[in-house]
Design a protein around this ligand. Sequence first.
Ligand code: PMP
Length: 343
Amino acid sequence: MNKIEALVRPNIRILSPYSTARDECQGTPDIFLDANESPYPGIGYNRYPDPRQKALKQRISAIKGLPVENIFLGNGSDEAIDLMFRIFCTPGQDNAVAIVPSYGMYTVAADINDVKVRGVQLGADFSLPVDELFAAADANTKLLFLCSPNNPSGNAFEPAQLLDLIQRFPGIVVLDEAYADFSAKGSLRHKVLEFPNLVVLQTFSKAYGMAGLRLGLAFANAYVTDLMNRVKYPYNISQAAQEAAFRALEAPVQDKVEEIVAQRARLAGTLPSFPFVKKVWPSDANFLLVQVDDPDRLYGHLLSDGIIVRNRSRQPLCAGCLRLTVGTPRENDNLLQSLSRYE
Ligand code: PMP
């Protein structure tokens, strides 16, 4: 058994996955009486979708520059996060290490799966605590969750530091790159070809503007993507989502990403001039973490102007902080106008 197989839950290692009606078919039939579907098309969704999303994955493979066998598609990256626990962690026994503060779903998915998360606080400037992350791991640690650029701090970590962790960490390293399209530091997804313990998560919910379709990506060694395909629900991506994503991927997103990055710089330059803004943290993402005098009061003020932001002031290291997503130039104008009326 190799090192990655040894990390997999014994029951998952030997799982016989559900075999869908069409998996077993070799020919090219045109009458489908195998899956108890309705024979009437209605608005076009009477047939089950492709459980492996072959056509969409080929398109994604061309865009992302990785073979189809290294790509998993999930119902949002949240599905991939949950699958990590279900595949690698025996409930009540194994644990995961994660940076703090970070995306809340790592802990929620762990709690649902009865897996303990050992949270390791980032440095006061949100730097990566490499030694502490190693120190938190023991023989039952199966996963390490890293997020770069990190939510809610916004900073991307140095690729060399991340690679050092990936190389030396004894378990699976899940690197969540939901916001990598906005970062000059780029992506480490190609490193999955080199490191079998690396799983890189991305999403079509942010730069690609498809949050409503629910499409998350995981890049990993083919053995790991195969495990993810075996454990997922058979038809996890609907026909509607597969078709809509295919169409959406025709349009380039680079111009929108550049506009958001430019607007991020504009907000980061303007916000410090408000007397109640104490600090604007540097961001490599499509949001800014902003420390203010009275976050609850400012949150209420913005809401009364119809603007909702995320109050992160109760998160570790985030006292006083609101997280502001970068909007369109007009939405950002409205935000700044609302802030100038605040007293
Ligand atoms: N990872 C991070 C860091 C996120 O912030 C989010 C959503 N805010 C997600 C993953 C989940 O994305 P998805 O819509 O693909 O489930």
